[in-house]
Write a protein that binds this ligand. Structure first.
Ligand SMILES: [Fe+2]
Length: 445
């Protein structure tokens, strides 16, 4: 595969022309009476027309045929996609899943869309407030099929196998340890090259932003220049049997046929685009004296709610870094959180759980459900000699953290057969170290 080109910069106003058609972007106006190369002009709005400039998002696409050239949408099989948060009774327990099983290539062909499984979520699609977490498990490329989501944005975290993503804006290659965001309404099709797995955070009605940096200053965490946007690429391709456009609308899947590939955008400009980001570029900020900063210092992207400082969902990572905090219990502290914490592991071993939490698996610690290091981790870290040490080398764990109380689906609790019934046992060996007659802590030997 030839190396793909990208434009750099989070949320920038960009402009791109397929090099085969120089001058395809109209100059000085968006909607000429006749566009260069006799293309159609089409606007894709990602915000209300009247949003303030800082949040106003739209792009203009110049394409061979407008998106409206399709047969009517018809309802199709939902597979394991759902937005029904009442399928099973709520469960406040700590939940952990073994790696979700990928269908074997030698058995059924499953592509990205037929391999979508909703694991948990909350909120309401129709009022544009909420989120869903999906797991994708697939072994085949989407063939003359594309997908778009009318309900929200997809933040895609590949865990196994790279994704070649065709979008209306161009092509992106997204490897494990990279993420991409495909925003509401954008059509895309995914090629895979092996048995492939990953996680998706879907947010309804809001877009991801870079978190404010406050006293950190102008630089740090995920830097805007490291976000990459595809460059314009088109194919002028007739599809005799019909190209299928799949739409998720109000939580349900629909399909419509059209005669041509939807990736027929010759040029585009605007600030509403898909983008990708390599997690290795995250500049980690952390404690260099003692104690812990809260994990919000690891926020890559946030989807804000209307309450200041409260997210519909944050995307947080736990990247390789130095641990140097003196006189400190260095693993994550025991805690109960008003937020819901969904975690996944792209690779390696998460520092607070050496076994059981595996790449391609997941955990959910719901609102106010206690959790923290397992007994073994506590014993070791309480006695460890505190030298500077590398943490999480070769590892990338992440968290989708939400202010909403998440419901787990029937697939998550039962059908997937991946729920680890023994998760609670990792805390059972925790024992009292209380010494009522001696204030002196028992330190490292
Ligand atoms: Fe936590």
């Amino acid at each position: 595969m030839p190396e793909l080109k990208y434009i750099s910069g989070f949320g920038n106003e960009c402009a791109s022309e397929d090099t085969r058609c120089p001058g395809s972007l109209p100059q000085g106006q968006n909607n000429p009476q006749v566009c260069p190369y006799n293309l159609y002009a089409e606007q894709l709005s990602g915000s209300a027309f009247t949003c303030p400039r800082s949040t106003n998002k739209r792009s203009w696409l110049y394409r061979i045929l407008p998106s409206v050239s399709h047969k009517p949408f018809e309802s199709i099989d939902q597979g394991h996609v759902t937005h029904n948060w009442d399928e099973v009774d709520p469960d406040p327990n700590q939940l952990r899943w073994k790696p979700f099983e990928i269908p074997k290539t030698s058995q059924n062909k499953v592509d990205f869309v037929s391999g979508l499984h909703t694991l948990c979520g909350a909120g309401d699609i129709r009022s544009n407030n909420g989120l869903a977490v999906h797991i994708f498990l697939c072994n085949s490329s989407m063939e003359n099929r594309c997908f778009y989501n009318s309900d929200g944005d997809f933040l895609i975290v590949p865990q196994k196998g790279k994704l070649l993503i065709y979008t209306e804006f161009g092509k992106m290659c997204v490897q494990p340890n990279e993420i991409c965001v495909i925003q509401r309404g954008m059509r895309f099709s995914i090629d895979v090259f092996e048995e492939t797995r990953g996680y998706i955070l879907e947010v309804y009605g809001v877009h991801f932003e870079l978190p404010d940096l406050g006293p950190i200053g102008a630089n740090g965490l995920a830097n805007p220049r490291d976000f990459l946007i595809p460059v314009a690429w088109y194919e002028d391709r007739q599809v005799p049997g019909g190209y299928t456009v799949i739409n998720k609308y109000q939580g349900k899947l629909f399909a419509a046929k059209q005669a041509v590939s939807p990736f027929n955008v010759v040029a585009w400009h605007g600030n509403y685009t898909p983008y990708k980001y390599n997690l290795e570029n995250f500049m980690v900020i952390n404690s260099v004296a003692f104690d812990h900063a809260d994990p919000s210092i690891f926020t890559v992207l946030t989807a804000k709610s209307i309450r200041p400082g409260v997210a519909i969902a944050d995307f947080v990572i736990f990247p390789p870094r130095w641990g140097v905090a003196a006189k400190t219990f260095r693993p994550p502290y025991y805690h109960r959180n008003c937020m819901s914490e969904f975690m996944g592991l792209i690779r390696g071993h998460y520092e607070a759980k050496q076994g059981g939490f595996l790449p391609g698996g997941a955990s959910l610690h719901s609102a106010m459900t206690p959790h923290g290091p397992d007994a073994d981790c506590f014993e070791k870290a309480s006695k460890a000699k505190l030298e500077p040490e590398r943490i999480a080398d070769g590892t990338m764990a992440f968290m989708f953290e939400s202010s909403l109380s998440l419901a787990v689906t029937k697939w998550g609790l039962k059908t997937s057969c991946c729920l680890d019934e023994n998760y609670y046992k990792c805390w059972e060996p925790l024992k009292s170290h209380f010494t009522p007659n001696s204030r002196t802590p028992t330190g490292p030997n």
